[in-house]
Design a protein around this ligand. Structure first.
Ligand SMILES: [Ca+2]
Ligand SMILES: [Ca+2]
Ligand SMILES: [Ca+2]
Length: 241
């Protein structure tokens, strides 16, 4: 019964290829640099107002003194994905810690066509108010025309308290809320200003970056693919027998 052997080899080859394709790989970013580790690179990003999880993640450093408000003067814009988690994570750091509200808008050209203003594009609006020992962070997602897509948070403690410096905030947006598939290339820019939001008067902006967030599809899907291929091989063998 030698005719079964090529199928066995084919299944093994396809399974190996799938394993290689699906193995965790860092999301690609063009133009990203290092802003200096804020901790040890540990894999998972946890939205908890603690920032050690951002060490070693991709980052766009931003110069000092390019905005009249040190509170809104961006120092770094970080972004990351985590294996098996279809979420894009972000973190902003400013030079001046403060009890003042920091407003941010993350503009995302999701379809990478050079325009940020279509229904496919997204604007993530962040309001970060440090309290004495905690913080209040509100996050909303709009489309590129300003129509609301999702409310992500109200009054969550995802920023540094005044006691901890009051100059870093983290958040996450699911791929579904962004309207993207894993691995899709998009462009993005982060704008900042002191005080409450609104669509104008931004003080500082990060350099534009191109990013392909990927969640490195997990073992579950790999197993489904391998079982599917094995099932097909078995049916073909049965047909040939
Ligand atoms: Ca964290
Ligand atoms: Ca700056
Ligand atoms: Ca666009």
């Amino acid at each position: 019964m030698t005719h079964a052997q090529p199928w066995t080899s084919a299944v093994l080859l396809i399974a190996l290829g799938a394993a290689l394709l699906l193995s965790p790989a860092p999301a690609r970013a063009q133009g990203a640099g290092s802003c200096g580790a804020t901790g040890t690179s540990g894999g998972a990003i946890v939205l908890d107002g603690q920032f050690g999880d951002w060490g070693g993640q991709s980052c766009i450093p931003d110069p000092a003194d390019d905005c009249s408000s040190s509170r809104a003067d961006l120092a770094g814009f970080f972004f990351a994905t985590v294996a098996d988690d279809p979420t894009a994570y972000f973190m902003a750091e400013t030079f001046g810690g403060s009890n003042q509200t920091l407003s941010l808008q993350l503009r995302i050209d999701t379809n990478n066509d050079g325009s940020y203003s279509s229904a496919a594009d997204r604007i993530v609006v962040v309001s970060y108010k440090p309290g004495k020992n905690s913080s209040k962070v509100d996050i909303d997602v709009l489309d590129g025309r300003g129509e609301k897509v999702a409310e992500i948070s109200r009054d969550v403690d995802w920023g540094e308290s005044q006691a901890d410096g009051g100059h870093r905030v983290e958040w996450g947006v699911s791929f579904a809320q962004l309207g993207i598939q894993a691995g899709q290339t998009m462009r993005m820019t982060l704008d900042s200003k002191q005080g409450n939001g609104g669509g104008s008067g931004w003080c500082d902006s990060s350099q534009e970056v191109q990013w392909s967030p990927a969640d490195a599809l997990g073992l579950g899907l790999l197993l489904v693919i391998v079982l599917g291929v094995a099932g097909l091989a078995a049916r073909m063998r049965a047909r040939q027998a």
